[in-house]
Every structure is written in structure tokens, then in C-alpha cells.
Design a protein around this ligand. Sequence first.
Ligand SMILES: Nc1ncnc2c1ncn2[C@@H]1O[C@H](COP(=O)(O)OP(=O)(O)OP(=O)(O)O)[C@@H](O)[C@H]1O
Length: 812
Amino acid sequence: MADDGMLLNFEIGDAPLVSQVKFKGGRWRDRVKANKSAKVASQGGPEPAAKPRAPYDPNRPAKRPRANEDGGDHRPAKAPRINDIPWVPTHAMKTGLVSSSLFTSIPNVVTKFDEEEPAEPAEPTKPSNAPLSEEAENFHTLGLARRVAHHLATKLEMKAPTSIQKNTIPLLIKDDSDAFLQAETGSGKTLAYLLPIVHRIMELSMNEDGTPKKDAKVHRNSGLFAIILAPTRELCKQIAVVLEKVLRCAPWLVCTTVIGGESKHSEKARLRKGVNILVATPGRLTDHLDNTKVLDVGTVRWLVLDEGDRMMEMGFEDDIKTIVGKIRADKLATKNSEGLVLDGVLPKRRVTVLCSATMKMNVQKLGEISLEDAVHITASKSEMERDAAENSGSTESAFTAPAQLKQSCIIVPAKLRLVTLIALLKSTFARKGSVMKAIVFISCADSVDFHYEILKDTAVIEPPPPPPQEGNEAPAKKVDIHIETTVAPAAYITSPANTKVMLHKLHGSLAQPVRSATLKAFSECKDPAVLITTDISSRGLDVPAVDLVIEYDPAFAVPDHVHRIGRTARAGRSGKAVLFLLPGPEEGYTGILSSSSTITPQLYESILQKGLASNVNLPASSRTDNAETESNKRETWATRAEALQLHIEQRLLAPAPGFEDAEEGPKSHRGKFSKAGGKSHKQPVKKDNPLLDAARQAFRSHIRAYATHVREERVYFDMTQLHLGHMAKAFGLREAPGGIGSGISRRTHKFTPATSGQKGGAGASGGAKPSVGSKSKFDDDEFGQVDEDAARRMKAKMKMLSMNSASEFNLG
Ligand SMILES: Nc1ncnc2c1ncn2[C@@H]1O[C@H](COP(=O)(O)OP(=O)(O)OP(=O)(O)O)[C@@H](O)[C@H]1O
């Protein structure tokens, strides 16, 4: 592929390469300039390193004095003009394309950085969501049957409960009140509500000595006792997997899911066979309650609403009202159809449990719909933490990130975002074993698609091996067709230590089997892996070994940020979270985040330096020789960043396959010519590279998504302050494409990711393309609230853009 060629040319600083450059085509001025620089380069001069460049000092204060303010220039040295760089990809010369500098006209960062790297605390921070000490607590002493406690300890390697489990389990075993469970991400809320439910259902078939009854054993047809609702199919599946593991100690009990994405017929068939615990998405359950007669909720004693606030946010309020109403309306059966007495062992009333790590205002509303005299159960906090939470007075601040999670932010100028992201991922995976899994959160599906395409290896996944020949014993390797377009090696992120890093993408516009298979692939990947995703992965997702979360686009609201970063540092494990912010108003955003946790600012320059310090960990396909040569040592991170950006821009501008072939002219012409007996007229038809289209679409969706930050936070995420031209650079584009204005006028903080086709998801977090079975996420009807102010600001922005169309990117 042409891209590969460019990757090869990305190997920089090799003199022999320069002498092979022949400049043809393009504008004559560019050819003359290019020939001049090639001639100079072939005579050994001027090398990038020879240019006067301010040495980079990572320890310098980030509050950068302006150039000459203190007699020196602390900004990265101006990168050489592209035509002066002898290793510039030949394609740029051929087509007369020139890149603008990444380091010019970038806004000042006002955040103050520590002069020195913050010293590591003498003692590592104590995890706040870890299991308690085994000596002090165990599951049996909380009231769980010995059989369950033993199963947890021996089969699931869980010997002691977490704090929220310790506080919830005894209460839900003894008491029949409604409950609101609230604890940090990764603190084990799922088992906190599952274990008491399983324990009490199991009790129906246990003797007093804890042995299973011989005759009256509960089986799958004994009744549906509990329904667990969760907002996304992924989360439902995850809950079902945990439940299945627990139920291995009571194999006579059965759980299943009704979540859509498969035929209703097969879901009905499973319900008909009988089920004791059902995990469902609200939309699908409502459908079954309306249409599936076999679904009898008379015996249901528990209704759990996991991630309740998210369900409200996704527009499931009406479904939840319907479900609660139908369950409550159905008379509570004291005996099941087989005459088994349920009261006394199971709760005497219908118990509702609401669950979340954060509490948005809509949880209160959900509480009003579903809870009656609920007990508020939280994880035990130290006195100091409780005081801090109370003193802060904020409703959201009580919900902090796990204490052991290390948070930092990078203030990156828009133009440098993409190269900084690549540099960060490269340095992250530079050492073997240090980071196994990273999640990158991006605001919309189109942008996820684009970044996946840019970061993946151009040679996608190995084709499936041929079927075994007769006599050939080797079993055929199974390749999951669902992940062919969502899992690929990551070309830019590899290092000599980690030569294989797998890239995954996930968003709500993908078909359900693809989503499930991709998540499974990420979760089970033995190689280091990166997941690029929308907020669809922010809630409840429990993937072991996620060491790093990168918020490349900030969350649309603070609670979403808390959930996103909570994908790491789970159950006492360590983890890091990095937030990308733009210089300017966005820098103030850390103020509202750091009321509950410390966020250390990092210099983007040091990220670039770390990630692009050496040439040897460039994409495998671009390496002609792994040895660190003298010439590539001379390169600086700034020129490497320029080269990387240029390379990406070139990939976008490379002609689409078939561009060089002359194509038939328009049909009408062809007909005319042939009728007249003339020669068939061929004319080249320009086709844009699909990657360029993807970049433009991603850019548009990104800008639209930017407008959907919650109203209170728009002071930090201010559309009017966004430099669209600079932002375009972060998508490998040389100028901002048009077409952003339409649709921007309508926005809402009730953005709804198209997570599953359960609800036609509107909004940015799920992506800016139509979800499965839904309309475009920016369709007018999808938005509940019209923001005329946003429309006005956007129009002004677009006007400004068209006035400045001779932007700095139109250099060619
Ligand atoms: N007692 C325990 N001992 C060890 N590990 C546990 C224990 N309880 C739960 N875990 C593990 O902790 C992880 C997080 O659990 P879970 O997904 O229930 O957290 P959560 O509080 O629901 O998080 P979130 O709010 O992000 O959804 C899981 O991998 C789970 O297996």
C-alpha cells in the first residue's frame, strides 16, 4: 500500500535516502525548493540538529516566560520548514504539499507546573476500594451461607469482603427495606447486591444445617425471584457472568439475560424454560412484559437498578416506571406454583436496590419512582474522608476516585494533540510488562473510527488459515469474523520491548456481535492492548489489568469522568488516569475535579520527548534498520513530532486507490461520444482517500460533541474559544472542513450514547453516526433541548472560519 511506502520514508536522517529523491510534478516553486534542500542535504549540510534549538529541560517551570522575556526562548525551537528536512516523504514533494509547523502560534499554558517531579510518597497510598483484611472480616461472618463463602474463597479467590459488601450484605440478608448502594468505582457493588439475593434464594432449598434439601429443591421453574436492570448490554452480560460464577455453588438455580441484540424468539424460549434471576436492559424487559405471557413477575422479590443514574440519562425513565408499575401491580405471591412457601425465607415485600458510584440529580428522581423508605448504604470512610466530603458541601464531591488512582492532566495545544497521544501511548508501552491494558476515551464514534484507522497497522488481521488438508492433524485456527474491523495490531505504539500491541475499538454504532466480540478480545488479550472507545465503556465495565485510562476528550460531565477513570484502579489495584486539556478555559476544569482528588499537571513537551525520543520504536514497517544511528540520534523530539504529523497528513492526502487510473467520463458524455463514433473519452475522476473522509467526519462530529458538555461546565469547554484550524490538525487535516454548523444548534446535556439500540441514543458520547436501529445522534428529534445560544456562537465561529480561509495550513 502507498501508506507503507510513506512509513518507510519515515525512517529519518539517512543520507543515502536523500540522494534517491527525485522531485517531479507539483508546483515548480516547490520543486526548485525541494531540489535545493536535497542538494544541500546531500552535501552534508544543514542537519536539523545543527540548527540552534533551545535545549529541552523537563524540569523547567511550565509557566513559560514568553520568548526573550528572560533573555531566552523556552519554547520548543521552531521546527525546520518541511522543505528543509531532507527526510521528508517524497510524496509531499511530488504533490507539492507542505506542512505547517506544529509549534508556531500555539497558545500559552497558564497552569503552573512543579519545578520538580513530585516526590513519591514514602508510603504508597492505601487503596480505598480493596477487600478488607482477611483476619478482620470474611463472608461467612457477614451472614452468608458457609457453602457460598467457601465457594467465593476457593473458586473465585475472594476471601474477604470489600467495605461496601461488608455494609450491604448483612442488611440485605436480614432486612427487607429498599436500599441505595453508593460506593466508589471498582469497590465490588455487583457482589454486594448479588450475594444476599443468591443466599436467600438458596435458603429455600437448604436444611437448617446448611445442607441442600433432597425433595423441595428450587429449580428453574420455581419462579422468577429477582430482576437486575442495567443500562447497556455489555454491563448486563458482565453482571450475568459474575452471577453465573456465583451460582456454580447452587447449580439448580438459573439466571439468564434479555438484552436485545438477538432474536426475541430465542429470549422467549429461554424465559419459557424457566429462570430464577433475570438480568435485563430496561427497554427489552418492557417489551417482554408487554408481549411475553410466560414472563410472570408474581414471585419477583428483588428489583435491582444498577447504574441507575445512567439509565435515567439514557432516557429509560418511562421504561423503569412501567417495569416498577407492572411488578408492583402484580399481587405478591406468598407461595410459588408448586406450593413452595416463599415468605419468611424471601423478603415479605418487594425490595428495590439502586446502585451507583455517583449521584446525579436524576438519581433522586429515580429514587422517587422506585424506592420506598430506602436505606442509604455507603462504603465505610475514614473520619478524615467523611469530614472532607461534608465540608466540601458539593453533592458530587462525595464521589471520589479510588485513593490509589494516580491522576494527571496534560495541557496540549490543539495542533499537538494527536502526536502527543501517540507519544504518550508509545512511552506507555515502551517497557515490557509495565502496562498491559489502556483505555482511550474519545467523545464520539466517528472520532473513535478515525483514530483506530490512524493508529492501526495497515496490514490488518491475519487472514484465516486454510482448512486442514486430509491427513493434516493441526486444527484450523478460528478467527472471529466479528473482530476483523475492530481489532488490529497498533503500528505506531509498538516498542522494541513490546513489538505487538493490539488495538481495539468500541462504540455504540457497531453491531452487537461485534461489540461483544471486541470487548471479549480486549479483555482476554494476552498482548499489551489499547481500547479506543466512547463513553459506552465508561460505566461498570470491569476489565482486569487496565493500568491506564486516557481521557483524550474530556467527559461531558464530572460524574462521567469519575466513571471513566474508574475503569482502572479496581478492587485495590493500582492505576493511572491521564486527562487531555487544551490551553485556555479548559485549564480551569481541573479546579472542579481536584476538589476531590489530586491531579498532577504534566508538560506535553516531556510526553513528546519521552515518546518520540528515539527513532527505534517507530512502526515496525517503517524501520529499515533498528540500530540507533548517529543521524537519528541527532533528531529531536520536536522534529520527530513534525515528521509524525506530516506522515499522518500524507496518509490522508495520498490518492485513493484507483485515483491514478483514468476513469470513464460521465455516462451522458460517453453515450454522446460513442454515438458520434468518436473515441471513448476518459477523464480522471478524483477520489478522496477514505481516511481523509473519515478524518473530516471525525472532526465534524468532534466539534459537535464538544458543544454537548453539560451547561455548568461550558465555561471550561467554550466553543467560541476553540481554534478550529488548529483542532483540524489533530485530525491530520490541514484546514477545518465545513459542514459543522448543521445540527450544532441542538444540543443537550442529556446526551445519550447509542449504546445498544435499546433506546435510540442521541448525543455525542456514543458517536455521531446513527446507532443500530436509531436515527443519527444529531438528528433534531433526538435532542430534547434547543440551545439557540450555541447555534449563534457556532455560526459566528463558522463565519470567522470562512473569512480566515487562507489559513496557515494553505501553505501549499
Ligand atoms: N471481595 C472481593 N475480593 C476481591 N475482589 C473483589 C471482591 N469483590 C469484588 N471484587 C472484584 O472487584 C472488581 C470490581 O467489582 P465491581 O465490578 O462489582 O465494582 P463496582 O463497584 O460495581 O464498580 P463500578 O462502579 O465501576 O461498576 C471485580 O473485578 C470483582 O471481581
